[in-house]
Design a protein around this ligand. Structure first.
Ligand code: FES
Ligand code: FES
Length: 187
């Protein structure tokens, strides 16, 4: 069955007709020509299709487009302001946090969503005290990014890029630079 829906994609209102079985990923890529989210596994296992849906990260291959009528969707290509890259994108560039780039849009969206979740106090599997503010250690970053796979092995640089952004955010909030990372093991 076909249904007409509207999505706000990277700030622009887009109307489209979708079969009710169409995933958000296919709606973005095949119907709206928004190709930043990549189709890797199409089964929710690689994270390359990650977008921000109403500000929260989701694997868009597991979400039905018809259920998102009116929703706000941000892909990696909509994260920045015009020509100005998002700080996370800058950090990935500065740290060489990608190689082939296929997973990078999902990694960047996931990293942005993950920082928000941590700032809101959502614990992860490795958070020792679920009631305390989240300290974004390398272990926390690796755990929270574990749904995003990169077969090129850029994980160490991805962790470094995310740490750079957290350090800058901490410095701008407190005026004090965040402590240097204790280790640099990849995830
Ligand atoms: S394509 Fe969606 S998680 Fe792999
Ligand atoms: S940079 Fe991620 S798969 Fe290659």
């Amino acid at each position: 069955m076909d249904v007409q829906i509207t999505l706000i994609v990277d700030g622009a209102e887009r109307s489209l007709t979708v079969d009710t079985r169409t995933t958000l990923l296919d709606a973005l890529r095949d119907r709206l020509a928004v190709t930043s989210p990549k189709k890797g596994c199409d089964h929710g296992q690689c994270g390359s299709c990650t977008v921000l849906l109403e500000g929260r990260r989701v694997t868009s291959c597991l979400v039905l487009a018809v259920a998102q009528d009116g929703a706000d969707v941000t892909t990696a290509q909509g994260l920045g302001e015009g020509e100005q890259l998002h700080p996370m994108q800058e950090a990935f560039l500065d740290r060489d946090g990608f190689q082939c780039g296929f997973c990078t849009p999902g990694q960047v969206c996931s990293a942005v969503g993950m920082l928000r979740e941590a700032a809101q106090g959502h614990p992860s599997h490795v958070t020792a005290d679920a009631g305390a503010p989240v300290e974004l250690t390398d272990e926390e970053i690796r755990e929270r990014m574990s749904g995003n796979l990169c077969r090129c092995g850029a994980y160490v640089n991805i962790v470094a890029a995310i740490r750079d952004v957290t350090a800058k955010e901490a410095a701008s909030t407190t005026g004090v630079a965040a402590p240097a990372p204790k280790g640099s093991a990849g995830s």
